[in-house]
Design a protein around this ligand. Structure first.
Ligand SMILES: Cc1cc2nc3c(=O)[nH]c(=O)nc-3n(C[C@H](O)[C@H](O)[C@H](O)COP(=O)(O)OP(=O)(O)OC[C@H]3O[C@@H](n4cnc5c(N)ncnc54)[C@H](O)[C@@H]3O)c2cc1C
Length: 369
């Protein structure tokens, strides 16, 4: 006879594993479905990305004891953003009375912490096929195949951009500064790695499809020269230390996140442009919210009760829609090549930089306060 669980989580990415750990803490029996591992020789190389995680995400991961050690979670003390015609904005952790605006977390280090924690949690069973449960949560990422099973409509607005991620070393310490440039429609971010005294940075370069294709395949010296031409001397002399990996970019949304006996979370429910580094922050907030709603349910409500699950959907959807609109608006504003748009956005940046109240509010929002 097949075993029955309280919750079956389909997808063992960061969101799926985090949710499994949160639910196990509430003494729920969880089946965590993973895809079969590819053969050793076909394993993908380690993820070169690093995630900017805010203080809300940090709290969730710390409570589960899976927050990576100091060198793998570098505090961002300051963020500098440049427009394409002299516009510039600085955000500092001091301005919102915090130690850090965000932490740049090494992806493989975070994944390892989660894998270990799940392995030692007896309430979680790793399975290779969906198991019978009162509630099924889909955390399969943006390419989820299970969404269709539940009749979910998935709307995608594809951006004419790809993100290139890579690691680089600089000849200057980064001093905990994250830097971002908006140039001719491209968006370049250099995120500090290796702790407070580090010199390594994680690059996320969002470029038009044609430009991204060229950047991905050009020799490393030429790639670094192209990058340096955008970054100038601010981050020091940069040397490529990893492969380059690319991701297609899109704003996507599921029309429904919940139904009788099922829910969606993380990228399976929504994706945003990575220019604001918020996709996983949103997914972790989904996991925390869903776990909270289930823990606080009335004693007579079943875990898969549609009305109960709607509380989670209502609590999260507006937040996610707002972040989607902000990133989409910024992308659209900087994608315009017309000089009048260029003047307008740089004028807007300068005005924003002078408005300390507005700046403090935006800084607090981005920091997840
Ligand atoms: C270039 C780039 C930079 C980014 N930077 C940031 C950042 O700085 N900060 C931030 O917050 N976010 C960032 N993001 C977003 C972040 O990567 C995603 O939001 C996050 O990875 C989503 O996690 P997830 O667990 O929901 O989905 P995924 O990471 O996609 O995980 C889904 C998991 O489900 C498994 N799976 C899929 N189908 C099945 C199935 N049928 N059965 C079982 N398992 C299945 C997959 O193998 C995978 O393990 C960035 C994204 C990109 C592209």
């Amino acid at each position: 006879m097949s075993k029955t669980f309280d919750v079956c989580i389909r997808g063992d990415g960061v969101v799926g594993r985090t949710l499994a750990l949160l639910l196990a803490r509430e003494r729920l029996r969880v089946a965590l479905v993973s895809q079969p591992q590819p053969a050793e020789e076909e394993l993908p190389s380690a993820d070169v990305r690093a995630y900017a995680l805010n203080s809300a995400s940090r709290k969730v991961l710390e409570a589960l004891r899976v927050w990576p050690d100091a060198p793998f979670a570098t505090p961002v003390r300051e963020m500098q953003v440049w427009g394409d015609d002299g516009g510039q904005i600085d955000f500092t952790a001091d301005s919102v009375a915090q130690d850090a605006l965000a932490w740049i977390v090494d992806v493989p280090a975070l994944e390892q912490q989660l894998i270990q924690a799940v392995r030692y949690q007896p309430q979680i069973e790793l399975v290779t096929a969906p198991a019978k449960a009162a509630l099924t949560v889909i955390c399969e990422g943006k390419k989820s195949t299970s969404r269709d099973e539940f009749g979910v409509q998935w709307t995608v607005k594809t951006y004419a951009q790809k993100a290139i991620a890579a690691r680089l070393d600089a000849n200057l310490p980064h001093q905990g500064i994250a830097r971002q440039w908006f140039v001719n429609g491209d968006i370049v971010a250099l995120l500090p790695l290796g702790g407070d005294d580090g010199r390594a940075v994680a690059l996320v370069w969002s470029a038009s499809l044609k430009h991204a294709e060229a950047l991905e395949h050009m020799p490393p010296e030429q790639f670094c020269a192209a990058l340096q031409a955008i970054c100038g001397p601010e981050a020091g002399q940069l040397i490529l230390t990893s492969d380059r990996a690319t991701w297609p970019l899109a704003l996507s949304n599921a029309d429904r996140w919940t139904g009788n006996g099922w829910a969606l979370a993380g990228d399976a429910a929504h994706t945003v442009h990575p220019l604001s580094g918020q996709g996983l922050n949103l997914g972790l907030a989904d996991a925390a919210c869903l776990a909270g709603v289930l823990a606080q349910r009335e004693y007579w409500r079943a875990l898969g009760d549609e009305k109960l699950l709607r509380r989670y959907e209502r609590a999260r959807k507006a937040d996610v829609a707002a972040m989607g609109a902000v990133t989409d608006g910024l992308y659209g504003l900087f994608a315009q090549s017309d000089e009048r748009w260029q003047a307008l956005r740089n004028w807007g940046m300068k005005g924003f930089a002078r408005s300390s109240l507005l700046k403090r509010w935006v800084t607090g929002q981005a920091a997840g306060l």
